[in-house]
Design a protein. Structure first.
Length: 170
């Protein structure tokens, strides 16, 4: 039985490779991204890759795409993501910080993170505790978001800098 399942997975993998010249991690053939999102009580039509990790108090709105190898860590405080957001591959979002605990023996710092609706978070970006990102925001790849970002802006960099405004047509 197990052998048959494994063979079916590898057959599907080969079909995908021939058709699209790509393969997915084995877990993506076993679990359904939309079913995982439903199980996690994400909003309607949202999806999350099997390789992504969700910890603690995380709320995700409808029609969100959570890419592979993402960490949504709401173990420190609430992590809220609005509707229609794309959280790209490798993004890490944290609601706590252990630096002061580790270095100075102080308490773990915990703060809520809010990401508004219609936001794009570029690959491999990190969003630190206490950050609020407004609606309709673009965060460029490899950014360290350690400050609030207002609605209708583009920002990127390490640390993140606002580089301009966006409107509905840009």
């Amino acid at each position: 039985m197990l052998q048959q399942i494994i063979e079916e997975i590898f057959l599907k993998r080969e079909e995908l490779k021939k058709k699209f010249n790509r393969v997915l991690p084995i877990g993506d053939y076993i679990s359904d991204r939309w079913e995982k999102a439903k199980y996690l009580k994400f909003g309607e039509s949202s999806s999350i890759y099997d390789s992504s990790l969700v910890l603690g108090n995380v709320k995700v709105g409808k029609s969100c795409w959570i890419g592979p190898f993402v960490i949504l860590d709401g173990s420190g405080d609430e992590l809220i993501i609005g509707d229609n957001c794309d959280i790209s591959a490798g993004v890490h979002i944290y609601t706590h910080d252990t630096v002061n605990k580790t270095v100075f023996g102080k308490d773990i710092e915990k703060e809520r993170v809010i990401i508004g609706s219609n936001c794009y978070i570029g690959p491999n970006s990190i969003i630190s505790k206490g950050v609020t990102i407004g609606n309709n925001v673009i965060i460029g790849a490899n950014s360290l978001v350690n400050r609030d970002i207002p609605s209708y802006t583009k920002a990127y960099g390490t640390p993140v800098k606002i580089i301009g405004n966006i409107n509905d047509n840009s």
